[in-house]
Design a protein around this ligand. Structure first.
Ligand SMILES: [Zn+2]
Length: 61
């Protein structure tokens, strides 16, 4: 199972503590445990896979 980073893209209401959170998990976990409605403001949650940039392009001297 591949672990991925997920970015929340739902249109949360102002002051909702879940705005812009990032979770790590498999696609199946996300669908099973993190679907439905936001417990903070009751909008339908929406996850978008966060592409990871390769981080090994730093300072070779
Ligand atoms: Zn919310």
């Amino acid at each position: 199972m591949e672990m991925k980073k997920w970015k929340d893209t739902a249109g949360h209401k102002l002051g909702c503590p879940y705005i812009g959170i990032t979770l790590v998990g498999t696609a199946e976990e996300m669908a099973r445990h993190h679907s439905g409605y936001c417990p903070g403001c009751n909008v339908r949650v929406k996850w978008e896979e966060k592409k990871q940039e390769p981080e090994n392009a730093v300072g070779q001297s």
